[in-house]
Design a protein around this ligand. Structure first.
Ligand SMILES: [Zn+2]
Length: 845
């Protein structure tokens, strides 16, 4: 793979005229790109990939060029370095790769249709037109698009359409922007439009396979998000419109193209009358995330991909800030705690993880940078720490200056710290660098030694980790004033414990609010003190206790056997976040038991013990006016009850299925997945399998389709397992964008695991050809490692993936995931007897 040379050093484009003629029928793109720019050397290069270049002219005269596919380059020779107007004529294939310009497929009333859309991040603009495809190479763009158009099609882009002449759609010139944010789409689209109070046009676009009211939720959230950000950033939205487009085939979750944001259908469109609250919350945060980028990322862009975290961490924090303002009753920061905090703490504990800020040495590594748990979740936690330190007024003042100084250009992390530092008189960079440049995070040990309350920090690992003496500047957020705001030292002595305890009157606690990226290991006295006052703690603090105990147990600093009896204390909590944390720990116990063993039966009884009061309280159907907490808790406890094989639960689910069997999609979206899965597992048949698979093909409701996926992959029937695997490569049944969920579902099913594992090993090449080169590709390895927990699977995993260690972009993931499985296998071996005993003892009480 080629080394990274920055083409921008030798050629600086100012303006592009991009003309594209797209022939869907013959899958061919014919293009002519005119670029006005400054050639700083006579010999320079533009990016291209898969382009067949027929001519390059400078000032209307043919000049020599060579195409270098190895380096994604088009090398051009001018007589001399100069400002120049280049014209490049080429053709390119229209491929189904979900990168560059690509078709999305769907059906309306059995008729096959397609929409053409684009995905240029990270570096796929070069597959559409020759360019300097680097974030720093900002320029203005005039797009002109022609295609084999028919009646009733709509064409949209970053900017409004200017005119249509001879079938060519001309768009207004863009503002100065990066290539990876250019976008357009066309096809038979429906839309809903509105306008913000400042006059920005807002639109939601989707295929006509959807009901019109599926666009409403997104339109409302998009409009209010733009209004919120204009106010919060003190900076107007810079373009005339903000379009949101749902594409049937989409690799990532969504993409913040400036003025034309693209989404997976599941993350934009929803049935307003039957969608679970957590799905609505997820969709709202995705929209708010992309719209946060319209300023942070699009208006001001990272200089190079090593600062990708700057875009993503920031947008990942702002999605919660915005949605909290738009829908205060949702308490959306609770979702931050159950989702982002949990994933960051888990992933960041494995030795070998990347730091938030990371060097990019190789083009293939750019896509591997998108480690969601680190670049998004951990980075967002870092910025939440900054926000807590600065306060919103200072943060907003700093951001206003940051946008004013860097708009339409690029910036680095240091520029952001400088702007926030100026607004606050705090050396923000000094505090943040220990978190951004180092991988991992600390466990703070709090203990009483010689009568004194002492703290010390040490890097926390799950699995084997090399202690290299890393230290962090930790915002302690202690509830005793004697503790400093920032712990920069390795160890601290806070003084006489008895005196401190008497003076403060409450148990000693650290990281109150769970906003700093560290965990706490309290000694026995301190932990018992906290548990003795458990009911005084708010929900986030209870979640945090469970979260830290779980991580300490995963890291073998305490035993899972000690955690088991504590779970019962939380079982009747009415808080959704406490139940989320509780069942995360409980579900972690499932790896200690073999399927259908006596130990599993005991564990199932334990799950029943944990959940039965709540199932009785909440039931299977939501009650009018019930709290958000109750709505969000119900799925956890029903899931637990079904795992427990509670006969009443199994029968209730079956009765609901039977009563609704002719209109399953109208089952309440909160509980539908459990009803369908229960039916497939306990009352399944080939007919039911076919019925659900057909429903999956026909439905346009993404959450119903996800429920069917979860149900079908849980089948215990070996023939149906084979039938399912045979559909994995049939794009008309399972779209490549959705395949990972099907693979994961089957792999997690004891009765399907072997078939799923055989499939991925046998057809790895097919998978690589279909979704390789895509930023989501490595997650097939991640989800596999998330499930395997036996020595046999570990050996097979190594045998299969170790020979692929040198594949660019896969190296880190294979190394980390091998460690993840190894540490789990070791943990189970060491602790399973003690865990079984603890479960048995909890039942005897
Ligand atoms: Zn993003």
């Amino acid at each position: 793979m080629a080394e990274l040379t920055r083409f921008y050093e030798n050629f600086q484009p100012a303006h592009y005229d991009v003309y594209l003629d797209i022939d869907r029928k013959n899958k061919l793109i014919s293009g002519k790109t005119t670029i006005v720019g400054d050639a700083l050397t006579a010999n320079f290069s533009l990016h291209q990939k898969y382009l067949k270049v027929s001519a390059v002219q400078a000032e209307g005269v043919d000049v020599p060029f060579t195409v270098d596919d190895e380096a994604d380059a088009l090398h051009i020779e001018l007589p001399e370095a100069d400002e120049v107007t280049l014209a490049i004529t080429y053709t390119a294939p229209l491929t189904d790769s979900m990168m560059g310009i690509y078709p999305s497929y769907y059906e309306v009333n059995g008729e096959k249709k397609q929409i053409i859309g684009t995905q240029f991040e990270t570096n796929f603009a070069r597959q559409a037109f020759p360019c300097v495809d680097e974030p720093e190479a900002k320029a203005t763009f005039d797009l002109a698009i022609k295609y084999d158009e028919h009646e009733g099609e709509t064409t949209i882009s970053n900017m409004p359409e200017k005119k249509v002449e001879n079938g060519v759609h001309y768009f207004e010139s863009t503002v100065r922007m990066s290539t990876y944010l250019v976008a357009f789409a066309f096809g038979e689209l429906q839309s809903k439009l509105t306008t913000t109070n400042s006059g920005v046009k807002i639109g939601v676009f989707g295929t006509k396979a959807h009901k019109a009211n599926e666009l409403d939720f997104a339109l409302d959230i998009a409009k209010r998000s733009i209004e919120f950000y204009e106010d919060f950033y003190h900076t107007p939205y810079p373009l005339p419109h903000s379009w949101q487009l749902a594409l049937p085939d989409f690799s990532a979750g969504a993409m913040e193209n400036w003025g034309l944001v693209t989404y997976r259908e599941a993350y934009l469109l929803l049935d307003p009358d039957n969608t679970a609250l957590d799905t609505k919350q997820l969709v709202a945060t995705v929209i708010a995330h992309e719209l946060a980028h319209q300023w942070f990322g699009d208006l001001v862009t990272m200089k190079w991909w090593d600062d990708l975290w700057l875009n993503e961490s920031f947008a990942n924090m702002m999605e919660y800030v915005a949605v909290d303002a738009l829908e205060p009753d949702w308490h959306i920061w609770e979702m931050f705690q159950t989702e982002e905090a949990a994933s960051a703490l888990q992933r960041d504990a494995t030795d070998g993880v990347q730091s938030v800020h990371v060097q990019v040495n190789n083009p293939a590594e750019i896509d591997a940078l998108f480690d969601g748990a680190i670049v998004y979740a951990k980075g967002a936690r870092m910025l939440v720490m900054v926000r807590a330190l600065l306060g919103d007024d200072v943060l907003r003042a700093g951001l206003k200056n940051y946008f004013a100084s860097h708009k339409y250009t690029n910036a680095t992390g240091a520029d952001l710290w400088a702007a926030l530092g100026d607004a606050s008189d705090l050396d923000v960079g000094a505090i943040m660098n220990s978190w951004l440049e180092q991988p991992g995070y600390p466990v703070v040990n709090a203990k009483i030694e010689d009568g004194h309350l002492k703290l010390s920090q040490q890097q926390f690992f799950i699995g084997e980790g090399q202690e290299v003496g890393r230290q962090w500047q930790i915002p302690l957020s202690a509830n005793y004033e004697v503790a400093p705001q920032i712990m920069a030292d390795k160890a601290l002595d806070l003084g006489d414990y008895r005196q401190l305890r008497d003076a403060n009157g409450v148990p000693f606690r650290l990281n109150v609010g769970n906003n700093s990226h560290f965990i706490v290991k309290y000694d026995e006295t301190l932990l018992n003190d906290i548990f003795a006052h458990l009911t005084d703690l708010d929900a986030i603090s209870q979640l945090q206790l469970l979260q830290d105990l779980r991580l300490l147990a995963e890291g073998r600093q305490i035993s899972y056997a000690e955690v088991v009896p504590l779970l019962v204390k939380f079982a009747d909590s009415k808080s959704n976040v406490v139940n989320a944390a509780l069942y995360q720990v409980a579900n972690n116990l499932r790896k200690f038991v073999e399927p259908d063993s006596a130990e599993e039966k005991a564990l199932q009884a334990f799950f029943d013990h944990l959940s039965h009061n709540q199932v009785a309280r909440l039931g299977w159907t939501s009650k009018a006016g019930e709290s958000n907490d109750d709505q969000l808790t119900r799925p956890y406890v029903l899931n637990a009850s079904l795992y427990a094989k509670n006969e009443t639960a199994i029968k209730s689910a079956h009765d609901l299925f039977v009563a609704n069997k002719d209109h399953l999609e109208t089952l309440s979206a909160d509980t539908r997945v459990f009803i369908l899965r229960n039916e497939v597992k306990n009352y399944g048949s080939a007919d039911l399998f076919d019925q659900l698979l057909a429903a999956h093909r026909q439905s346009s409701d993404a959450s119903y389709k996800a429920d069917i996926c979860a149900a079908l992959t849980s089948t215990p029937d070996p023939d149906l397992v084979q039938k399912l695997v045979a559909k994995f490569e049939d794009a008309e049944t399972i779209k490549p964008q959705d395949l990972r969920a099907w693979f994961r579902g089957l792999l997690a099913n004891d009765k399907g695991q072997q078939a799923a594992w055989d499939w991925i090993r046998n057809d790895w090449q097919w998978l690589e050809d279909t979704v390789g080169g895509d930023m989501e590709f490595t997650t097939y390895i991640t989800v596999t490692a998330g499930i395997f927990h036996t020595p046999q699977r570990l050996a097979e995993f190594k045998a299969f993936f170790e020979p692929k260690l040198n594949t660019p972009g896969l190296t880190r993931e294979i190394k980390m995931d091998t460690k993840v499985i190894e540490s789990r296998v070791d943990l189970i071996e060491a602790e399973k007897d003690a865990v079984h005993e603890a479960v048995a003892n909890s039942l005897n009480k």
